[in-house]
Ligand binder design. Structure first.
Ligand code: ZN
Length: 55
């Protein structure tokens, strides 16, 4: 089951709320999360892939 990268909720794969980014498809629980991701995808994904603080 895919996970919403914004709020970390499990999301149904059949949802229309999805977005392709970097060759990956991301699924969202709500339009709010989808918009949040589209605004700053790197920020949303960076939270789990890197603990580095920006300069
Ligand atoms: Zn969400």
């Amino acid at each position: 089951m895919p996970i919403d990268p914004v709020c970390w909720m499990h999301v149904d794969r059949t949802t229309e709320l999805k977005n392709g980014y970097n060759g990956q498809t991301y699924y969202f629980c709500s339009l709010k999360c989808k918009k949040e991701f589209e605004k700053a995808p790197d920020k949303c994904l960076g939270v789990k892939s890197s603990m580095k603080m920006p300069d």
